[in-house]
Design a protein around this ligand. Structure first.
Ligand code: FES
Length: 176
């Protein structure tokens, strides 16, 4: 009888012990799963870094002179262990082989994509009607500053462009 009682107590204890360990483990795993996004949000900006600066945009000779031309440039960043590459269409104005200005395709008002209108010889943003001349200066509309120029360099007959983003809706070009 004594033994039975002892066995019963031990069995109850181990069941209780198991349940306790199980619920603590479950809480720890849930906490870990729920905590991952928060941890990622905290750590990612620190780990996310720009990998390359200048990206090849094309041969100078192949960029038409006079009217704005669309070019594609790449930007790369590293997020923890992953490398990420994004492509961007920018606007290039070639005045000569050594004088090329490249505009960010992002409207400085609120970030829409604008287009070149060859009939009116101006850049027009469809969102709120901002208009810019071919030098990127504001002609009309709510844009608080002209189009943002991107850093460029020319090497061995190739144009290189550095992708950057700037604060929207302010009258100064502030890199973000
Ligand atoms: S986003 Fe271009 S005018 Fe508003």
């Amino acid at each position: 009888m004594k033994e039975e009682g002892g066995l019963k107590g031990s069995s109850q204890f181990s069941r209780r012990g198991f349940l306790k360990i199980f619920s603590v483990s479950l809480a720890a795993i849930s906490g870990l799963i729920l905590g991952i996004p928060a941890l990622d949000a905290l750590i990612s900006p620190a780990l996310k870094s720009k990998l390359t600066s200048f990206s090849k945009a094309g041969k100078i000779a192949s960029i038409p002179e006079g009217s704005p031309a669309r070019l594609t440039v790449a930007s790369s960043s590293k997020d923890a262990y992953l490398n990420d590459t994004e492509m961007h269409n920018v606007w290039a104005i070639k005045k000569s082989d050594s004088d090329i200005e490249v505009f960010s395709p992002i409207c400085p008002h609120l970030g829409c994509s604008y287009n070149w209108n060859p009939q009116n010889n101006q850049f027009e943003c469809p969102c709120h009607g901002s208009v810019f001349n071919e030098n990127g200066k504001v002609v009309s509309g709510p844009a608080p500053r002209g189009l943002d120029t991107l850093p460029t360099k020319i090497e061995d007959g190739e144009l290189y462009v550095e992708w950057e983003k700037y604060q929207l809706g302010v009258n100064k070009k502030i890199k973000i």
